[in-house]
Design a protein around this ligand. Structure first.
Ligand SMILES: Cc1ncc(C[n+]2csc(CCOP(=O)(O)OP(=O)(O)O)c2C)c(N)n1
Ligand SMILES: [Mg+2]
Length: 835
């Protein structure tokens, strides 16, 4: 039975996130424990303790039942928070509205204790229910125990982030939550120290928010953990990391993970010393309920008030069911360890403590445990029903279409017939949508001519497929990009304006003057990166701006690309407008995991409920040497779907993209062409105001014989080649695609092909890289193949990395002469007599 005061489960699930958030239980009744002289006495009262005991039991029951659901085949995979219940109950008490979480897959108790999750949603997640109203964290796109809380409304506007408890969306890669956590904490620092930001009262309460993180002991072996801890110590941000130390990373014990077998031991060098600020370390035991409450109260107060990063190393943590449903821990834990885990089970210990402190009787506790079990079971039943019902309704509609037909072709029944497929489907005890679709699609192939004529069966089936397929696509194939009015694709373009006396200035000055305007216009704009601050960037595109706008807005960072990105990602989630500087495109590889796994999937994996409009500014393509001139664009575009990729050929266009992106809410990368900082461009009169539309190519040169499709620095090579070709009577049309993602939204390139009937895709990426991508876009998606009179060609850099010096560059990457030769040979093949 449920506690009578609780609303029915189904109602809880339907309530909006906001309504579900609750403050920790406080009552006047104190039970006079040892800790009662401490502030935490306010949590150590009977009502609060018993509510926690019930929740710990409920969470454990969910873990146990959840595992069973997977092992009996109802759910696909399960990973649970058993053994970590008590830590999380203690932590949740310190989590206030406005605070942020960046955690991992063990945090179900924490989320429930904060009122952001419940037993019914636990099953919605487990089964992969795609109903957004039920499975609020991910809409069924991510497996269980990956949580999130929306930061935007359905119309794309920001929610009041100070009135809700916030959780960034979890990802599975170990320690991947750490760089983002840094950014969430860094936002508090900016909101506190930059008084111009105090006006943004729905984003922050003067930076009083703590960013809470959780991580497993083994995941602290990852580089991201160390990079984040170091950066947090340098930045002095309110970041509170809890390490759940259960001694294992799946099967691998601590002795293979951590030097000296203790993470807090080896973190000691980071600790604050007198006048040298660092981090603070707290140690607790995973089964010590009262001790943990006190520990978190003390640690979080320091973190919140002093903006000192804190680490809670929680030892003696258990994992009663082993790592996940993929295996059993008896394979790698000794008898002795298993026995210890049983003895130190945190719920068992909590129960012993309650009894020995005379807080409640065994009967009272048994009753609470029984209630919790009942709730878990009932939630399982309801969760399963709400997962199965729509699928069964979909199936029944399909079966009805088949059964209602009058044609008797079934008499010719064979294995591959309409009726055999239908009968098979009816027998599936727990259907999934795939069963329905496989059946419908196979039946469609087998409808006999009589059925088709007499019953319209084909038409009806096609209708069923179309309707339900569209619905399934909405569940799984939407929200890769911002689909709301705030998308950068909806930003109206503004052309640059020039007057007769517009001066010609180096490209870097265009960017600098543009930034100058932007920093005045957008108070939430910040930029940070290696050398961005004092010297204003290695290419001087931020020259003098730190002096003008202050260190909090234009900031130097350590050499740590992954956490520079994480810093930006966290800020963007909190409503700021960060531009994260990655010094060179080649070094984006250090941050690629965060870019690909986290930023690119933020909107998708929350089914459109979270957005992180981070802008990444970098520079690449031409310079000198293996690690300073790469153009690994295929690596990028193939790993960051979900992020726009802008590849401007000069700095006016780069500025145009920044201006557009800041007017919208879409994450994007802008790759400035490295050889453009010193080249002169006309300074537009409306600097800071003009905007370049995303996904709209530009015809740089009109021509009739062949179309050259390119982007970024190679456009300049192509311009030179076009001039050389003209001397030989070849008229080339040159198109700069300008952004690779999105690509030619208005299908302009095919119009060029209709005219020239020949095409060359040109860049300085690898063979088969981005030229192949562009070729697919134009020939396959746009249907350009129909208009070709010559085979399509690509011209790229060599397979090896570009070598040092101008000669190394000339022989590694396409030159104007290479472009000339390739095009000349295409023309010669087409018209041998003429060339
Ligand atoms: C980058 C990466 N490597 C490997 C994995 C597979 N994996 C998932 S969880 C896990 C162990 C993590 O152990 P720990 O951090 O101690 O957390 P625990 O599961 O023990 O709570 C591993 C190796 C992963 N998810 N991500
Ligand atoms: Mg572990």
């Amino acid at each position: 039975m449920f506690l009578v005061s609780e609303p029915p489960l189904i109602l809880i699930s339907l309530m909006k996130q906001n309504d579900r958030q609750s403050e920790p239980l406080l009552t006047k009744e104190s039970v006079g424990m040892k800790q009662s002289n401490h502030q935490s006495g306010k949590y150590l009262n009977k009502e609060s303790i018993l509510a926690d005991f019930r929740m710990a039991n409920l969470s454990r029951d969910l873990s146990v039942i959840g595992r069973r659901e997977v092992l009996t085949g109802k759910a696909k995979f399960g990973i649970f928070g058993d053994g970590k219940e008590i830590i999380q109950l203690a932590m949740a008490k310190q989590f206030r509205n406005g605070d942020w979480r960046s955690g991992y897959y063990r945090d179900q108790t924490w989320m429930m204790a904060m009122g952001l999750y419940d037993s019914l949603e636990f099953f919605h997640q487990l089964y992969g229910n795609t109903d957004n109203q039920f499975n609020t964290g991910s809409g069924g796109r991510v497996f269980n125990n990956h949580f999130s809380v929306p930061n935007i409304n359905p119309d794309g506007s920001w929610r009041d982030l100070t009135k809700q408890k916030n959780s960034s969306a979890d990802i599975s890669p170990t320690a991947g939550q750490m760089p983002r956590l840094l950014g969430l904490a860094y936002a508090s620092k900016l909101f506190k120290q930059n008084t111009d930001l105090h006006q943004f009262t729905t984003l922050s309460t003067k930076g009083n928010e703590v960013a809470f993180g959780s991580i497993g002991d083994a995941s602290t072996s990852e580089g991201y953990f160390w990079e984040t801890i170091n950066a947090a110590g340098v930045l002095q941000v309110p970041m509170a990391v809890s390490i759940y130390d259960d001694g294992y990373g799946i099967s691998v014990p601590k002795k293979y993970q951590t030097t000296k077998g203790s993470i807090s031991e080896i973190l000691k060098g980071f600790e604050t010393e007198n006048d040298k600020p660092g981090i603070r370390i707290f140690k607790g035991k995973g089964w010590d309920y009262a001790g943990l409450i006190k520990l978190y109260e003390e640690g979080i107060a320091i973190c919140r008030e002093q903006h000192t990063p804190v680490v809670f190393h929680i030892e003696e943590v258990t994992q009663p069911q082993g790592h996940s449903t993929s295996g059993s821990h008896e394979r790698y834990k000794s008898e002795e360890r298993l026995k210890w885990e049983e003895e130190f089970d945190p719920i068992k210990k909590m129960r012993e403590w309650i009894l020995s402190s005379d807080i409640a009787t065994a009967e009272e506790l048994d009753k609470l445990a029984a209630e919790a079990e009942e709730e878990a079971k009932e939630s399982r039943r309801m969760g399963w029903e709400s997962f199965q019902n729509p699928i069964k309704i979909e199936r029944d509609a399909l079966v009805k279409i088949i059964n209602d037909r009058s044609c008797r072709c079934a008499e010719k029944a064979k294995e591959d017939s309409v009726d055999s497929y239908t009968e098979e489907l009816k027998k599936v005890p727990a259907p999934i949508r795939k069963d329905n679709f496989v059946t419908a699609r196979k039946i469609l192939r087998n409808i006999c001519i009589t059925c088709e004529k007499s019953d319209n069966l084909k038409e009806e089936l096609q209708g069923w497929l179309k309707r339900n397929y569209a619905d399934a696509l909405q569940s799984y194939d939407s929200y890769l990009y911002n689909e709301t009015p705030t998308s950068a694709l909806n930003v109206k373009p503004v052309a640059p304006v020039y007057s007769a006396d517009s001066p010609e200035v180096p490209g870097r000055q265009i960017l600098r003057d543009n930034y100058d305007k932007l920093f005045s216009k957008y108070p939430l704009l910040v930029t940070f990166g290696e050398d961005s601050g004092v010297i204003g960037g290695v290419n001087q595109s931020l020259e003098g701006l730190q002096k003008k706008f202050g260190e909090l807005r234009i900031t130097d960072t350590g050499i740590r690309e992954a956490t520079i990105l994480g810093q930006g990602l966290g800020l963007a989630l909190r409503g700021m407008r960060p531009i994260a500087e990655i010094q060179y495109l080649d070094y984006l590889m250090y941050a690629l995991q965060i870019l690909s796994d986290d930023l690119a999937t933020t909107h998708y994996r929350t089914a459109g409920r979270m957005i992180a409009p981070l802008i990444i500014s970098t520079r690449g393509h031409r310079l000198e040497g293996i690690w300073h001139s790469g153009s690994p664009m295929a690596m990028l575009i193939n790993s960051v779907r979900g992020i726009y990729v802008c590849s401007p050929r000069d700095m006016t266009r780069a500025a145009g993209f920044y201006n557009t992106l800041l007017e919208g809410n879409s994450p994007a990368i802008v790759i400035e062409p490295l050889n453009g900082y010193r080249l002169k461009e006309k300074l537009p009169d409306n600097i800071g105001e003009f905007r370049l539309e995303l996904g709209i190519p530009e015809i740089v040169n009109e021509g009739t014989d062949i179309t050259i499709v390119s982007y970024g620095s190679t456009v300049k090579i192509a311009i030179e080649a076009v001039k050389q070709l003209a001397l030989h009577d070849i008229s080339a049309e040159l198109i700069d695609v300008q952004t690779l993602i999105p690509f030619d939204r208005k299908r302009m390139i095919i119009e060029s092909l209709k005219k020239t009937n020949r095409v060359l895709f040109l860049d300085e990426d690898l063979p088969g890289g981005t030229t192949a991508y562009m070729m697919q876009e134009v020939l396959e998606k746009q249907g350009g193949w129909q208009y070709l009179d010559s085979p399509p060609k690509t011209l790229t850099a060599k397979e090896h990395r570009p070598a040092y010096t101008t000669d190394g560059d000339y022989f590694s990457k396409p030159s104007a002469e290479d472009v000339f030769d390739v095009i000349y040979s295409i023309m010669k093949e087409a018209e041998p007599g003429k060339y």
